[in-house]
Design a protein around this ligand. Structure first.
Ligand code: AMP
Length: 217
């Protein structure tokens, strides 16, 4: 299975990708997660990306494509992958087509996760991540259990808010999505790959709709 999850920040791409990897046994490839790892490790890439990410802007296409080439070359991606947060520009989509043609691994589908903009804002301001196990919660819609541990996966949940989920940066990220990423909807529609999913409401219900969209011929 080779799919792209397309959607605005906060549309639930990461949450749903986590569920798909369990069900389909392919890795989630999130450029945002790969960049955050680089920032945490203090690599050259991380130093370069940190302030760009904090501002809500996009990291340049060449840098992102370097990360993707390296990630898709790893053995676990040979059986397929779920791309989350990539591509985000027409240039990235064009380069992905070239790369996947070289690998002989074309995309099966691009799924657009549709969420109303007010719901996006609430999801992003409420998002909290457990530093210990990486599980993502939402203080409005999916609060962490009290008392801990969270989901039994770690003993000492240590929740933090992503710096780019501050109210000041969220508006910028949503503008960047509209200007740079939204055009990919038409791009993939023209390629006959686009499927749309109502991504609002209950997480399990969204997963069911997503699975139906992926398996539809
Ligand atoms: P995300 O976790 O997908 O919301 O990404 C967090 C931030 O990382 C974005 O706001 C961008 O600054 C950067 N980023 C992640 N993926 C990409 C991408 N495909 N192209 C450019 N910048 C990206």
């Amino acid at each position: 299975m080779r799919i792209v999850l397309l959607g605005a920040p906060g549309s639930g791409k990461g949450t749903q990708a986590q569920r798909l990897i369990q069900a389909h046994g392919v890795p989630q490839v999130s450029t945002g997660d790969l960049l955050r790892e680089a920032v945490a490790q203090g690599t050259e890439l991380g130093k370069k990306a940190q302030s760009i990410m904090a501002s809500g802007a996009l990291v340049d296409d060449d840098t992102i494509l370097g990360i993707i080439r390296e990630r898709l070359a790893r053995p676990d991606a040979a059986a397929g992958f779920i791309l989350d947060g990539f591509p985000r520009t027409i240039g990235q989509a064009d380069a992905l087509n070239v790369l996947l043609a070289q690998l002989g691994q074309p995309l099966d589908a691009v799924v657009l996760m549709e969420v109303d903009s007010k719901a996006l804002f609430d999801r992003l301001t409420g998002r909290r991540t457990c530093r210990t196990c990486g599980l993502v919660f939402n203080v409005h819609t999916a609060p962490p259990p009290s008392p801990p541990p969270c989901d039994g996966r770690c003993e000492s949940p240590d929740l933090f808010q992503r710096p780019d989920d501050s109210e000041a940066t969220i508006g910028r990220r949503l503008e960047v999505y509209e200007a740079s990423t939204r055009p990919l909807v038409e791009y993939y529609r023209r390629e006959g790959l686009l499927r749309s999913v109502d991504a609002e409401g209950d997480i399990d219900a969204v997963t069911a709709r997503l699975n139906a969209a992926i398996s539809a011929q």
